[in-house]
Each structure stands twice: as C-alpha cells, then as structure tokens.
Design a binder for this molecule. Structure first.
Ligand code: LLP
Length: 443
C-alpha cells in the first residue's frame, strides 16, 4: 500500500521578497521580466531524494526527462549529481552532449553479478524522423522504441543494435487527459498484447531487446504508478533473459496546491526493488532499475517573475495584467493547471491593504491568456495581497514544462533564464531580441 509522506509543502507565501536568498526586485531590475529563475539547491535536493537511499533502497539510475527543463545549466547541474538523461529529439540529444554527457556507455566487462553499464543518453520516442535516425546511428545512442516500425528502421542503419521497448500496458494516468500516456486513448508505446509479434520482428531484424520501459503518464498518483510494476514484470517475463534494464518511467507527482504533500517515494522504490529482485532470480543475472522523472527534479526549483502592468475592473471582477502570458507559461491554458502565486511589492514596500480576489492574466490578444483558469478555460480568481502597477508577481512551482513550452506567439521574445547557486544569480539564457524574432525570414 502506498502512503503519503509527512513532508507537507508549505503553502506559498502570499508575499515573497526573495528567491533562494536573492531579492526578487534585484532579479527583475538586473535581468528584466518576464524571467524564469531556478534554485540550484532545490534541483540538487530533488536529485538526491532519488539517487541516495537514506537507509532504504534507491534507484540504480535516475534518468532526467529533460523535456521538463532542458537549459544547459540545469542539465549540467543534474549531470554533476550523477543523473543521466533522456532525449526525445535530435535537439535534446544535442543539448545532452553540449552539457557534457557522453553519447554512449563505455564498454565494461559484464558478468552475472555486475549491473550492466548505464546509457548516459537514451533516445525515447514513438518515431524516428529522418534526422533523429541519422543522429542516433552516427553517435551510437541507445534507443527506446515506442513503435515496432522503429526496429527495422534502426536495424537497417545499425545492424545488431540493442534496444529498449517502450510498452503501453493498457492503462494510464496523468494530471490531465492530455498527459495520460497509457491505454487505447494514447498513441504511445507498443501495445502490451503485441509483444510476441514484436519480439519476432526484432529477432528477424537481428536486434536484441535489452531494456523494457513503461511510462503511463505525467502527474500520475503513486497508486496508479504502483500498478505499473506488476504490468512490467509480466511483460519482462515474456521478453526473457535478454533483459538487463527495466525502467519505471516518469510521472512522479509534485505538490502544486497548498496542503498537497510529497508522495512516499520510499514505499514506491521498495516495490520496484521487489519486482527487480524477482526478475533477477528468474533470469539468473543482474537487472538495472531506472526511473525517469522530469517534473519531480525541477518543478519546485522554478519561479516565473512577471511585472504588474495594469490593474482593472471588468464589472464585478478585478484583473491584474502582467507582462508574462501563455507564451511564457502555457500550463494554465493547456491543462487548467494551478500554480501558487505570490506578490513582491515594488521597492519592497510593506503590503498594507487587505487581500482581494483577482484574476491574473497576461498581455496576449487572446481571452485564454489567464493564469487563474480552470480546465475548460473558465476564469477563476485568486486571493492575493492588493497589487499596484510596478509590483512583481511570482508564479511558483514553474520549473517543469515552463520555459520549454514557451513560444513566440504574438511575436513575443522568449524570456531570460537565471540560475541561483549559493546566493549568486547567473544568466543562463539571454532574453530573445527583436532580431531573434525574424532570424531566417525573408521578404
Ligand atoms: N518519460 C517519458 C517517456 C515521458 O513522456 C515523460 C513526460 C516523462 C518521462 C516525464 O514525466 P514527468 O516525470 O515529468 O511527469 N507538459 C505537461 C507534461 C507532459 C509530459 C510529457 N512526457 C505538463 O506541463 O504537465
């Protein structure tokens, strides 16, 4: 039985003057707004939750799903924590190499009592586009195949390659239907009933299946995630002794709303250890146990700082309009996602007025450009300290699927990103300029 942990997330302070020890006002003045700020210590802490056991079992491999936050400085930070990386595109492979990851594992003598070497970068996708197939073949990147067609395509380019199969176990779960990656409603993975046929295809193509991976969705709860262990074990036994690595996928939830708690990861990893041990007994050799979190490692470390540019009333409702929109953080418009928010008064003035219910939106010419919305686009309000033009709004738990999903809609430049480490703020991605916006275009 999976229980919840005692570590309760503090409800977001309504007024925030600093991020990781650096003044929010100073950050805005120095780097401008809208601005993503990452707290390096929090990224490290979340890496260590998974890489270090603290007395109990831990994962052999933590593989960061970099789609959640792929800034090179963040990749470098997790690499130094011993975390390896997942890549879903040629661009993400390029980022991994630029951040110092090797393309493939150094060959190590294997034996029944040693774990197989870890792949520093794994390409996980349901297709090879032509560019990604060229890239993985040229660099020798290990591939996690979510469609059987990928097997023959890879075999043609890399005869005798070893692969991982991404299997759809027939059920899934996510914080939104759009992030549920299992079951018939999902395009992802190889359908669990197709395994015998897919193994025949792999054998015919001369491809060895050494890995098995299941990822049922993002923002799932641990109860659903725990069901994956049993489903994976059944498929692993069908594949048999060629397997040397199993991956539990990602999907670990993080607390967003006040009162939500961190899940009991100790119980979860223990469950997976038991699964792995049974597979080792069945196969007669060691099996590496991986987990592939994105959100868990970076969500709480990220803040989006925006400036209030207008305060207005539409009938009975009050709106704060800030200089960040769904071009900067898309999660509310896409999923109705809730993010904690706080106010940093201009000049660090004390807040005197009573809190009030406000809707908070951005600058875009589209009604959906609202951060306080629910799924379906319904505008909600949030109780915030009274704000004036020039105050800063800090949107919290924004490190995962924040900057990486930002766009140039309305020809808005992508925001800057800053990493705060040991009290020092450092620009790790420059804000785009007007020239960047038209680069490559011609009349
Ligand atoms: N592994 C695979 C194969 C995935 O597709 C994903 C996420 C992960 C791992 C990491 O999942 P996580 O641990 O972050 O839940 N844009 C959405 C999330 C989309 C997730 C896509 N795949 C959001 O903002 O919530």
């Amino acid at each position: 039985m999976i229980r919840v942990h005692s570590e309760t997330i503090a409800s977001a302070p309504q007024v925030r003057h600093e991020i990781a020890g650096v003044s929010v006002g100073e950050l805005a003045k120095r780097f401008g707004t809208p601005l993503y700020v990452y707290d390096a210590a929090m990224v490290r802490r979340r890496c260590r939750d998974l890489t270090r056991s603290g007395g109990g079992a831990s994962w052999d491999t933590v593989r960061f799903a970099q789609k959640a936050c792929s800034n090179l400085a963040v990749l470098d930070l997790v690499r130094r924590e011993g975390v390896v990386v997942d890549a879903v595109s040629t661009g993400e492979i390029h980022r991994a190499l630029a951040a110092g990851y090797a393309a493939h594992a150094a060959p190590e003598p294997a034996g029944p009592h040693t774990l197989p070497p870890v792949h520093p970068v794994v390409y996980t996708a349901d297709i090879f586009d032509r560019e990604s197939l060229d890239t993985v073949a040229r660099l020798g990147i290990h591939c996690n195949c979510g469609s059987a067609d990928m097997i023959e395509q890879l075999a043609e380019r890399v005869p005798g390659a070893a692969i991982t199969l991404r299997v759809n176990p027939g059920f899934g779960h996510g914080h939104s239907q759009k992030t549920n990656t299992g079951g018939e409603g999902s395009k992802h993975g190889i359908w669990h009933e197709e395994i015998p046929e897919v193994l025949r295809r792999a054998e015919w193509a001369g491809i060895a299946v050494t890995g098995l991976h299941m990822h049922i969705g993002s923002g799932a709860d641990l109860g659903h995630l725990a069901e994956v262990a049993g489903a994976l074990e059944r498929v692993a036994r069908e594949i048999g002794r060629s397997l040397t690595t199993v991956s539990a996928g990602g999907g670990l939830p993080v607390p967003y709303r006040p009162g939500e708690v961190h899940a009991d990861l100790g119980g979860y990893v223990a469950l997976w250890h038991d699964t792995r041990r049974r597979l080792e007994d069945a196969f007669g050799h060691r099996v590496r146990l991986e987990i592939e979190p994105g959100r868990y490692l970076v969500a709480e470390a990220g803040y989006l700082v925006a400036e209030v540019r207008a305060v207005k009333r539409q009938g009975g409702r009050k709106y704060l309009l800030v200089d960040a929109g769904f071009n900067t953080l898309a999660r509310p418009v896409l999923y109705g996602s809730y993010h904690p928010m706080s106010l940093c008064p201009a000049g660090n003035d004390p807040v005197v007025a009573e809190p009030e219910d406000v809707a908070i939106g951005g600058p875009l010419c589209e009604s959906g450009d609202i951060f306080t919305q629910e799924e379906g686009g319904f505008v909600a309000t949030r109780s915030m300290p009274a704000a004036r033009v020039g105050d800063l709004v800090v949107i919290e738990v924004a490190g995962a699927y924040g900057f990486v999903m930002a766009s140039n809609y309305n020809s808005k430049p992508l925001p800057a990103e800053v990493l705060v480490e040991d009290g020092v703020a450092r620009l790790v991605r420059a804000r785009q300029t007007a020239e960047d916006l038209v680069r490559g275009e011609s009349v």
